[in-house]
Write a protein that binds this ligand. Structure first.
Ligand code: GLV
Ligand code: MN
Ligand code: MN
Length: 412
């Protein structure tokens, strides 16, 4: 019997048990939980005939040869890391679907004109080091040595985390796909938005992914006595940061972009102390890089003005930058053919405002994505993420049919 939709959901449940927190799910790059899910995924990969290895960046991978050994591979993947207090399907569902597709192909006795490779990326979210897509960027060959000194909340650097995970930082380049070794990348992922549910559809093909930039920002003023310092003498960093946060929302909304301040911390953090310093994050996305960057310029202008008026100092550091990417036309056609092979004759097309490993892979291979409806208004990055077993079954049929559609036209 092949891995079916219920087995996929059971595996998502099993992976949800690997968390660094007792309540909820949190699983970050190069953590003990990352090791644990790699081991689980490797076991499931082996069961379906994939030859497995952990690559030089900590991604779990598996390969099934095509009609002859050593052919270029069609890559199928997504990520196993999570945001804090995550749901159980973001990324994970795509990896489990990929393994199940390989199982179906193998069980059918078909040989494909390319190899299949499943990639379970170790860092898509950027939860630990602020910079996202580290796993997929290593595979795309776009690793940046400037990242080695990035530190997590406990001041462990990326380099130290590599070593603790048993990886050799000097060999990270070995995770990259040699030129010509991959013919394309297909990723299945929950939608993380409400559009499929609103349209009463199970699946969609993704046309493009928003360009995203992330920043670490800080306003520095002067701490002081909450009773003793009159307003006209204050340099309250939190009051200043509040002006900037509200401008972030206003400017992004006015420009049709999307922006979020998801983390903000005031120092020293006493109830009776004027905040002397505030550190906060900014996540900014747009359908075009130009629109997104114009919003960022506006935010910088507001921050400069606020600091001038309030006697504060402003610092900003970019922690992530991924340009907007457009899916490959031929692979989109294959995904559409896959969806048509189910009950949906008129596949829906969606633009993704959420980021995905495909953004990193886009720099080295053609890509396309299959979105799967998640329930409850598309809630995601939240413990209430849901998918139905029926939709997972439909997604599995479509993903398999998409792979076969790629085979039919290969080499184009
Ligand atoms: C990933 O989930 C992102 O879009 O931030
Ligand atoms: Mn996510
Ligand atoms: Mn994801």
């Amino acid at each position: 019997m092949t891995v079916d939709a219920q087995a996929i959901l059971d595996r998502c449940d099993t992976l949800a048990g690997e968390s660094s927190t007792a309540e909820g799910i949190e699983r970050v790059y190069l953590s003990p939980e990352h090791s644990a899910v790699n081991r689980l995924a490797a076991g499931w990969m082996s069961e379906v005939g994939l030859e497995t290895w952990t690559d030089a960046a900590g991604n779990q991978r598996g390969r099934l040869e095509g009609s002859t050994p050593g052919l270029p591979a069609l890559l199928l993947g997504s990520h196993l890391d999570t945001v804090p207090n995550a749901g159980r399907f973001d990324g994970i569902l795509g990896v489990m679907l990929a393994i199940a597709v390989v199982d179906r192909v193998r069980a059918s006795g078909r040989t494909l004109p390319f190899a299949l490779e499943v990639l379970a990326f170790g860092d898509e979210e950027g939860t630990r080091f602020g910079t996202a897509l580290l796993g997929s960027r290593a595979v795309a060959g776009t690793w940046d040595d400037a990242w080695w000194t990035l530190a997590d909340a406990s001041e462990t650097t990326l380099r130290e985390a590599f070593v603790a995970f048993g990886l050799d930082p000097e060999r990270v380049g070995e995770a990259a796909h040699p030129a010509g070794a991959a013919i394309g990348y297909l990723e299945a992922h929950i939608e993380q938005g409400p559009y499929l549910e609103e349209a009463d559809r199970a699946l969609a093909v993704v046309s493009s992914i928003a360009g995203a930039r992330r920043f670490a920002m800080a306003l520095t003023g002067e701490a002081g006595h909450a009773g003793g310092v009159p307003f006209h003498r204050r340099h309250d960093a939190l009051a200043g940061a509040s002006e900037v946060v509200l401008a972030v929302e206003r400017l992004a909304r006015d420009a049709g972009c999307i922006a979020t301040v998801g983390r903000l911390q005031a120092f020293p953090g006493g109830v009776n102390v004027i905040p002397g310093r505030v550190e906060f994050s900014l996540d900014l996305r747009g359908e075009t890089d130009a629109a997104r960057d114009a919003v960022f310029s506006g935010i910088l202008a507001v921050a400069a003005d606020t600091c001038e008026r309030r006697g504060l100092a402003f610092a900003v550091e970019e922690t992530h930058n991924a340009p907007a990417v457009v899916a490959d036309a031929a692979l989109q056609r294959a995904v559409r053919a896959g969806i048509r092979a189910t009950w949906d004759a008129e596949p829906m097309t969606l633009f993704s405002k959420a980021g995905h490993d495909a953004m990193a892979l886009a720099e080295s291979v053609p890509w396309a994505m299959l979105f799967v409806r998640n329930g409850r208004g598309g809630i995601s990055h939240h413990p209430d993420e849901t998918v139905t077993v029926e939709d997972v079954a439909t997604a599995l049929d479509a993903f398999e049919a998409a792979v076969l559609a790629v085979a039919e036209t290969y080499p184009a």
